[in-house]
Design a protein around this ligand. Sequence first.
Ligand code: PEP
Ligand code: MN
Length: 341
Amino acid sequence: MIIILKNGATEEQVAHVVERIEAMGLQAHLSKGTYRTVIGVIGDEEKIRSAPLMAIPGVEEAVPVLPAFKLASREAHPQSTIVEVGSGKTITKIGGGHFGMIAGPCAIESAERLDEIAGSIKASGANILRGGAYKPRTSPYAFQGLGEEGLKILRDVGRKHGLPTVTEAIDPRHVELIAEYTDMIQLGARNMQNFVLLTEVGKTGKPVLMKRGMAATVKDLLMSAEYVIASGSMQVVLCERGIKGIDNACRNMLDIAAVAQVQLMSHLPIIVDPSHATGRPEIIPSCALAAAASGADGIHIEVHNCPEDAMSDGPQALLPEQYATLAAQIRKVAAVVGKTF
Ligand code: PEP
Ligand code: MN
């Protein structure tokens, strides 16, 4: 931590700051310039990070040297993390050059429907099946998901097609049950800062798909990943899924720069979800290809065999044949930037 004192800070104020630093078990290294005094704090930064340093008279600014998301940072862990989803013969790797192709309906609606969708996306090259059993809906009257029945369907369909599965947890009380049925647990945009939920999910040790909140910065996203890692699971895949923008032509605004930004700041894989980012099937393919070209570690797409009948997010679903065309293009683009499948 570097503490910059105000121009004109008195000798007493400087001495008081040093006293506070030493009282926290750290050492202060003073550097007196013509206009300002700067104090370098030596020792474990965590001891001082949450102290209200700016409240000490004479302090202008306190600048941390290390990122607060220590476990998620690339600085502490230079090697890219490879997340393994599934078990036995059905393991999908994401990160470190391995590309994840997550696809499936927004919600699990019936065994027959999920089976048909899973068969088609698998044939197109998808390597993880998604489907929500608990849906975070804006309206309390909208379809909320099939719950445990949905989890059973997802597990059985995933097994039948040899696809690892991912499903969302929205309530800490469901986490244990969800962990029994699925290979990866999704933390949705609306829950990215539900810290109790993050901790419960981390404790399962399962791989986690963490979506960026719609009003969250990249740093906020990494701080949320830090919660999951600190509570037990290093297997975190981040997901850019669009943030609030000024234009309402699309559902959200895809922040493609977040991909490279995360890859510089963190060792965790980052994938892109153009379905929720745009909400528009005619725009999803372009955004998916841009994401693959940007070096994303995977693409997440919602696919439905009858969007007009879908119980959730039907208007943004790609048809299986549209997904087939797009998946083939994604593979070509991702290969150009060195990804393997
Ligand atoms: C979803 O994946 O269906 C979903 C609700 O995503 P998000 O949290 O990104 O809105
Ligand atoms: Mn959805």
